[in-house]
Design a protein around this ligand. Structure first.
Ligand SMILES: CCCCCCCCCCCC/C=C/CC(=O)SCCNC(=O)CCNC(=O)[C@H](O)C(C)(C)COP(=O)(O)OP(=O)(O)OC[C@H]1O[C@@H](n2cnc3c(N)ncnc32)[C@H](O)[C@@H]1OP(=O)(O)O
Length: 280
C-alpha cells in the first residue's frame, strides 16, 4: 500500500507497516512490534545520491523523527552496492542553481541523520564509497557484508572531502587513521575496515545482517529514550554546530571549487573511466 506520510501508516498482516514515497527512490518498512524502521535506498543501478533521492531520505528522516521511531536500519535494495556516493552528474558540468539545491539538501540530510534522536545502524550490504561511506559513518553502528569496500576516496577523484565529511570519519576512527585514509583517498576492504574500527561487525548475508542490526538496536530497549537521545546530542553537538555555523561558506566552497576547470576535468575523466569499466 503506497502512502505519502508515515503518520498514515497501514498495518500489514505480518505486523510490518509500510509506506513509500511517490518517486520510490527510497522505501521504508516499520516493524510494528519493535518500532524499528528499515530505510532502503533504491535508485538503480548504484544508489548514487542525486537531488531527488537526497530529498526523499531527508523527508523520510523528518517523518521518522515525528513518528518517534525506536530505531533505524539504513540499507540498500540493490544488494552489492550500498551507495556509490554522490551522483557525479550533479557536479559535472552543473547547472549552478541545481548544484546549490543539491548541496543544501545533502547538508540537510546529513544534519538529520547525524543528529537523529533514535539509534541508527547502517547495514552496509555492498560497496560504500565517498557519500555512501558518509551515510554509514553518520549512523551509530555499522554492520557490513564481506568482500565489499568502504571509504572516503575523494582525493582520488581530484576533489576534497569537506570538513564535516572528515569530522564524521574522525569521530569514528580517530585523527591518525583519518588523515592517512583521506590523504590517500583510500578504500578499505571489509576486514580492513573492521580492523580500524570503521565498521563494527561483519556478516555473511542479509538475514544475519538484519539480525545483528536488530540486536544492536535491542540494546536500547531498557534505556530511557530521552536520556539516550540527550546523551547522543551532547556527544555529537560540536560536530553538528561546526557544520551548521559554516554551512553557507561550505556551500560557497562547493560551488566555487566544484566548478573550477581543473576539478571539472578530473570529474569528466573519472566518469569516463567508470563508463569504460562498465562496458569492458
Ligand atoms: C578551498 C578549498 C575548500 C574545499 C572545500 C570542499 C569543496 C567541496 C568539494 C566537493 C566534494 C564533493 C564530495 C563528493 C563525495 C562523493 O560522493 S563523489 C562520488 C564518489 N563515488 C565513487 O567514486 C564511486 C564510483 N563508482 C564505483 O566505484 C562503482 O560504480 C561501484 C563500486 C559503486 C559499483 O561498481 P559496479 O557495480 O561495477 O557498477 P559500475 O559499472 O561501475 O557502475 C554502473 C553505472 O553507474 C555509474 N556510476 C557509478 N558510480 C556513480 C556515481 N557516483 N555517480 C554517477 N554515476 C555513477 C557508472 O558510470 C555506470 O554507468 P553506465 O552504466 O556506464 O552509464
Amino acid at each position: 500500500m503506497a502512502l505519502r506520510n508515515l503518520s498514515k501508516l497501514k498495518i500489514h498482516k505480518f505486523g510490518i507497516r509500510q509506506f513509500s514515497k511517490e518517486a520510490n527512490l527510497v522505501s521504508v518498512a516499520v516493524n510494528d512490534k519493535t518500532g524499528v524502521a528499515t530505510l532502503n535506498l533504491q535508485r538503480p543501478p548504484v544508489n548514487s545520491l542525486n537531488l531527488e533521492i537526497l530529498s526523499e531520505i531527508s523527508s523520510t528522516l523528518t517523518d521518522l523523527e515525528k513518528n518517534k521511531t525506536r530505531g533505524l536500519i539504513l540499507t540498500s535494495k540493490n544488494e552489492g552496492i550500498f551507495s556509490a556516493g554522490l551522483d557525479i552528474m550533479e557536479m559535472y558540468k552543473p547547472d549552478v542553481e541545481r548544484m546549490k539545491k543539491f548541496w543544501t539538501t545533502l547538508q540537510d540530510t546529513w544534519i538529520k541523520l547525524y543528529s537523529c534522536s533514535f539509534p541508527s545502524v547502517a547495514l552496509i550490504n555492498g560497496h560504500a564509497p565517498a557519500g555512501g561511506c558518509l551515510l554509514a559513518l553518520s549512523c551509530e553502528y555499522r554492520v557490513m557484508f564481506k568482500n565489499c569496500t568502504i571509504g572516503l576516496n575523494e582525493t582520488q577523484l581530484g576533489i576534497v572531502a569537506p570538513q564535516w565529511f572528515i569530522s564524521s570519519m574522525r569521530n569514528v576512527i580517530g585523527q591518525r587513521q583519518t588523515e592517512s585514509a583521506l590523504t590517500q583517498g583510500r578504500m578499505f576492504k571489509t576486514e580492513e575496515a573492521l580492523s580500524i574500527g570503521m565498521i563494527d561487525e561483519v556478516v555473511e548475508n542479509n538475514e544475519e545482517g538484519v539480525a545483528r542490526a536488530a540486536a544492536f538496536l535491542k540494546r536500547f530497549e531498557r534505556i530511557p529514550p530521552m536520556a539516550r537521545a540527550m546523551t547522543k546530542k551532547y556527544i555529537r553537538k560540536e560536530t553538528i554546530e561546526n557544520m551548521v555555523k559554516n554551512r553557507e561558506e561550505d556551500l560557497k566552497n562547493f560551488v566555487t571549487y566544484g566548478t573550477q576547470p581543473a576539478v571539472q576535468e578530473y570529474l569528466g575523466a573519472y566518469l569516463q573511466s567508470l563508463k569504460k569499466k562498465s562496458k569492458a
